[in-house]
Design a binder for this molecule. Structure first.
Ligand code: BG6
Length: 463
């Protein structure tokens, strides 16, 4: 069913937070661009109806999109609603009915993972799975064992080519640009290896807490929420070998190779933290040990990367909201070594603004032989009609293109790496909101030259 376009979209969790913030605005833009001309069926539990759903969609698009009456009219003319319990076969019979003559619907599970098994069973029993595609939100499972189990269940009802495991970071152009930039610039490949690169670090800082997502976050934590998926995908883009062609499987094969080559993490390679005040957040368990911050040190055991340390750090309530990568180069021995004050670097900022910067040393002002670091920046011009990450991945899934989705072997390898450190047994250090995490992180895991703490001045965002 790889390249067949879907002829209906059913999304579960239509009244949820994700639908409000991301899915309605994305679907609306798809309608606006003419990329979604099929029935859209919202499904939710509880006391809801189509009128209320339309109102919620309107509020969502007004808040997170660019609301225009005629487009919204088109959008809601496609919208239908089915309410009911996800364990009740009646709900799925109503969905089957609402699908009418659609032969290749896409079912999008934008709901907590605990509900996946019953929905998958019900889709199968009601006939809704026939000819269908399924999109599953991240995290895919909660650890290695549950991801395998979920996959077994999915593959008993759907073929692998019909399963789309969402990681919206794969829909971000600046994340895809990492691979593009590496392989289209011929000057990079000769130096993109252990002989020239000293270290790489990936930082994902958010200056806000868990907001109203306590119930989700407290059973998830930073490693499951963003590291096992978003940040490992970034790591793969930075380190994978050139794919033999640009088809989805060649690219996904290379990513899996990277994960397989990562040396198992030791306890000293993982630092977890929790911000003060987390335990008072709504729906968080008393004495919860869930991490809102994590820092990891990794090594990739491959001819290209042997001996190069990679660092990943992510946290809530840090000083800024910014995702940035810093690649530091080695100093090469020469008569100038003592003057070279700092290493060269390449800095990729993914958000809130997009930058690719090359840090190089130039002669400082004055008569002395001294160097100063200066950056040459390539800032892509923000493109007003740029697709949002969710719009891009949903458009791709509806069209049957799996390139920007995680494959099962990738998901499993990613879980294997972090599995041991998900449990509450690993120590969790406190940190003050508005700081760069627990103080101990700098003693326990510190990149050569220190952590890159990005500062954010620009307000524009380009996702
Ligand atoms: C989500 C996480 O997947 O990504 C959130 O669940 C996080 O906790 C979000 O805030 C960050 O996404 P973005 O696109 O705003 O960087």
């Amino acid at each position: 069913m790889a390249q067949v376009s879907s002829d209906a979209l059913v999304f579960y969790g239509a009244t949820g937070d994700l639908a409000f913030k991301k899915i309605f605005p994305a679907l609306y833009l798809m309608v606006k661009r003419g990329h979604l001309q099929v029935p859209i069926i919202g499904v939710a539990r509880g006391d809801y109806d189509l009128e209320k759903l339309k109102q919620r969609a309107k509020e969502s698009i007004q808040k997170y999109g660019k609301f225009e009456d005629p487009i919204f009219e088109q959008f809601i003319s496609r919208l239908a609603f089915v309410g009911g319990d996800y364990t009740d076969p009646e709900t799925f019979l109503r969905i089957r009915q609402a699908l009418g003559s659609a032969k290749h619907p896409t079912h999008y599970l934008a709901i907590p993972p605990s509900l996946f098994p019953s929905i998958i069973q019900q889709l199968d029993q009601s006939g809704c799975a026939k000819g269908a595609r399924i999109i599953v939100e991240k995290p895919f499972g909660t650890d290695y064992a549950s991801a395998k189990q979920l996959n077994r269940l999915l593959l008993s009802k759907f073929s692998e080519s019909s399963v789309y495991r969402i990681d919206h970071y794969l829909g971000k152009r600046p994340v895809n640009n990492l691979v593009f930039f590496r392989f289209v610039n011929s000057l990079l490949e000769p130096v993109w290896n252990k002989h020239h690169i000293e270290s790489m670090q990936i930082n994902m800082a958010e200056d806000f807490g868990i907001q109203s997502r306590g119930a989700f976050y407290d059973v998830t934590g930073a490693i499951r929420d963003v590291i096992q998926n978003h940040l490992f995908q970034i790591l793969c883009n930075l380190t994978m070998e050139p794919p033999k062609s640009l088809d989805s499987e060649s690219i996904r094969d290379e990513k899996v190779r990277v994960l397989k080559a990562i040396t198992p993490l030791k306890a000293q390679d993982v630092v977890k933290g929790q911000y003060f005040g987390y335990l008072q957040e709504k729906a968080v368990k008393e004495h919860s040990k869930t991490e809102t911050f994590a820092a990891l040190r990794l090594h990739i055991n491959s001819p290209r990367w042997e001996g190069v340390p990679f660092y990943i750090r992510a946290g809530k309530h840090l000083p800024v909201t910014c995702t940035e990568i810093l690649v530091r180069f080695k100093h090469l021995p020469s008569a100038y070594s003592s003057i070279a004050s700092q290493p060269n670097h390449i800095r990729f900022r993914i958000s809130p603004d997009v930058t690719v910067a090359f840090g190089m040393l130039i002669m400082a002002q004055g008569e002395n032989m001294a160097s100063v670091l200066s950056e040459v920046q390539g800032n892509p011009t923000p493109f007003p009609n740029e697709k949002d990450a969710y719009e891009r991945v949903l458009t791709d899934a509806m069209a049957g293109d799996p390139t920007h989705f995680a494959r099962q072997d990738y998901v499993e390898e990613a879980w294997k790496l972090v599995d041991e450190y998900l449990s509450a047994d690993h120590p969790v250090f406190d940190y003050e909101p508005g700081t760069w995490g627990p103080e101990s992180v700098n003693e326990l895991i510190c990149p050569p030259g220190g952590w890159n703490n990005p500062s954010v001045t620009k307000k524009e965002s380009w996702k």
